[in-house]
Design a binder for this molecule. Structure first.
Ligand code: JBZ
Length: 255
């Protein structure tokens, strides 16, 4: 099986294994697992409990509402992973107070070879996990979630796409919007006219240079309009700079 010896290993630890197993079996990630490019294991945190009731949570010391994930099952799960799969290069805790996940984190994690993702739940997780087991904490954004399973899937998907061979067309990966730092240009497909709605004529013209220039201008214009914050980090070649200058000189666009 191609690339088997360089498969990226990802271990996900969760109290809801079925919440992540389904999505991972589908689409590009599912295919990459089948092809041996990704070696993903999902661990049921409850399997690492030792008490009769298989408790993964407990009341917070000092009182207060809600429950806290106990440290022992999480440490035991990572011990097990280490014994079975070797030492991971990163142990990521999904947490609302983690650093915001970006494409740059995806690139960094994709070359580590082996990562563990611990899914937070309940009101929180024993701080000793954060301090002494996790190597970093990551959040996917500022909204309230019920747990770290969806963030773990988001991180896994973003990282998986950056493993060579996972996405069939490598060119499309390097052209992806957050890889380039610009939003995508608008796309159209057949029919050329639908319910009176047309398609930008340049796309039907067959003039590839014109099409390329139009797409670059649209990508720049949309980024400027919708995500001006991205412009700070983007590197523009001289042609892009000229297009940008044109756009900025122009009166208000209606987008
Ligand atoms: C995350 C307590 O478990 C949680 C709750 C919310 C949450 C996470 C874990 S991770 N939100 C995020 O990535 O934003």
């Amino acid at each position: 099986m191609e690339g088997r010896d360089e498969a990226l290993k990802i271990d996900i630890v969760t109290i809801f294994p079925r919440m992540v197993e389904g999505p991972l079996a589908e689409g590009i990630v599912g295919r990459a697992i089948e092809r041996g490019l990704l070696d993903i294991r999902v661990h049921d945190l409850r399997a690492y409990t030792t008490d009769r009731h298989r408790l993964v949570d407990d009341m917070p010391f000092g009182g207060g509402p809600g429950m806290v994930l106990k440290p022992e099952p999480l440490f035991a799960a990572v011990d097990h992973i280490r014994a079975e799969r070797g030492s991971p290069a990163a142990v990521i805790l999904t947490s609302p107070d983690g650093r915001r996940f970006t494409h740059a984190d995806g690139v960094r994690l994709s070359v580590l070879g082996h990562i563990v993702v611990l899914c937070g739940r309940y009101e929180g997780i024993d701080e000793r996990v954060r301090e002494n087991l996790a190597t970093e904490a990551i959040s996917i954004g500022d909204y309230v979630l019920s747990g770290g399973e969806l963030p773990a899937l988001v991180i896994t998907d973003a990282v998986a796409r950056l493993v060579p061979g996972v996405v069939g067309d490598e060119e499309s990966v390097s052209r992806d919007s957050f890889a380039r730092g610009l939003l995508d240009y608008p796309q159209y497909t057949r029919p050329a006219e639908y319910r009176g709605m047309g398609v930008p004529p340049v796309l039907l013209s067959g003039h590839h240079r014109d099409i390329e220039r139009w797409r670059r201008r649209e990508a720049l214009a949309r980024t400027l309009e919708r995500r001006p914050d991205l412009m700070a980090d983007v590197t523009l070649d001289p042609e892009d700079q000229a297009l940008l200058k044109e756009l900025l000189a122009r009166p208000e666009r209606s987008k």
